[in-house]
Design a protein around this ligand. Structure first.
Ligand code: PLP
Length: 407
């Protein structure tokens, strides 16, 4: 027996484990201190009532012989939900047919699973800093990764390099490009013009874009794209992930969707044309039996007019937190991105500190926890992430504490 040795090359001390250890040690030393956590990206508002009702109703259906359901035929999601997602896309100007949408148990799973349909010799481009799953899921298969720097200089929106990327002493062009907008961790959002550049680049180099739109519901500016499919030509080059985790508080319920357009095709080694959707369906047919019926009914409720009204209330609640954080950083003259069209705020560590030193300072001096930017890539070493998913009173208190610390 041989293990997959690539796992041994992964970052050992996972970011959130190290943070948890530091918090535990601090709390043991100072049991009287109230720690305010603005680090982990989990939501705090409860599910919308319409969602809970839909889930209960679906559970009742399963209790009756006539309405009981077992396996779902295709595993790709019930038509009622795929159509609801398609209509939702239409609502902001992206035409995505229901057949191209596949329902899953959250974006993280498909983000990890998608690598199955691509060869390990592909060169992967990931913007740095990034959501760690993109890096890990490719390293697990031993793939070569090149990084596009997102930094203060480009507003944390890395753009394609016309000269390619350095890899093992040569310049290479990527085959698979990961983009996330609104971005985790930076909160930066690509404009339509910027995404158009990435689409043109992918076309020119026969690459696929993997577009993560998990935070699209936080975009307020109607000029900013919420889906890559709002851009012309995207369907020939892009796969998109989205999730109800942050949109509707589904982090514990688990439901998301992946779009693989029928136009996305490539030529196989034997010269035949193959659609990626065809490969993906084949993969799913063998490895996935679909999302539970009550969860899909709950997700359907999110997309009804009343559901949208109810989930909007939680989003507005978080957006108010983001506003308070952004206002505080502005007052303190601390450079930051995000917070307006995103639940993440990414700021430059004051006092010239690196992100782990700043983490320790915040924890020990004001008992506030955030996420050190170093955990998301080399361009995060002097940056820090706060999330707007906390309680409003706690967020305000944390910002008062930060003001007193920095002033
Ligand atoms: N994509 C991004 C950028 C995320 O930040 C997250 C969650 O934090 C996910 C995907 C995964 O979300 P889920 O698996 O809960 O749908």
């Amino acid at each position: 027996m041989k293990i997959n040795e690539n796992y041994l090359k992964l970052e050992k001390n996972y970011l959130f484990i190290r943070i948890a250890e530091k918090i535990k040690a601090f709390q043991a030393e100072h049991p009287e201190k109230k720690i305010i956590r603005m680090g982990i990206g989990d939501v705090t508002q409860p599910l919308a009532p319409i969602v809970v009702e839909a889930m209960k109703k679906a559970a009742d259906e399963l209790a009756v012989k006539e309405t009981f359901r077992g396996y779902e035929d295709s595993g790709a999601g019930y038509d009622f939900l795929r159509q609801a997602v398609s209509d939702y896309y239409h609502g902001f100007g992206a035409e995505v047919p229901a057949e191209d949408i596949r329902i899953n148990d959250g974006a993280k799973s498909d983000c990890g699973n998608l690598v199955d349909i691509f060869d390990d010799s592909n060169i992967i481009l990931i913007t740095d800093p990034a959501y760690p799953v993109y890096v890990d899921s490719n390293l697990m298969n031993g793939r070569k990764i090149v990084y596009a720097d997102s930094s203060e200089n480009n507003g944390f929106c890395a753009m394609p390099s016309p000269d390619g990327y350095a890899l093992d002493g040569t310049q290479v062009f990527p085959d698979i490009i990961y983009l996330c907008s609104p971005n985790n961790p930076t909160g930066a959002v690509y404009t339509k013009a910027q995404l158009a550049e990435w689409i043109a680049y992918a076309k020119a180099h026969d690459a696929v874009i993997v577009f993560d739109a998990a935070y699209e519901a936080f975009i307020k500016d109607p000029e900013l794209p919420r889906s890559i499919y709002q851009l012309e030509g995207a369907k020939e080059v892009a796969v998109e992930f989205c999730s109800l985790s942050k949109t509707a508080g589904f982090t514990g319920v688990r439901c998301g969707y992946t779009v693989i357009p029928s136009q996305l095709k490539t030529i196989a080694g034997d010269g035949t044309e193959v659609s990626l959707a065809q490969l993906w369906n084949r993969r799913e047919g063998s490895k996935f039996n679909g999302v539970s019926y009550p969860v899909q009914r709950a997700a359907e409720a999110v997309f009804t007019p009343e559901g949208q009204k109810q989930v909007r209330e939680s989003i507005l609640y978080y957006q108010e937190n983001a506003r308070v954080i952004a206002e505080t950083l502005t007052e303190l003259n601390i450079p930051f991105t995000g917070g307006i069209n995103s639940p993440y705020i990414w700021f430059k560590c004051p006092f010239g500190l690196d992100s782990w030193s700043f983490f320790d300072k915040m924890l020990h001096e004001i008992a506030v926890v955030g996420t050190p930017g170093a955990g998301f890539g080399k361009n995060g070493v002097n940056w820090f992430r706060l999330t707007a998913f906390g309680d409003q009173a706690d967020t305000r208190e944390a910002m008062q504490r930060l003001q007193s610390m920095v002033k």
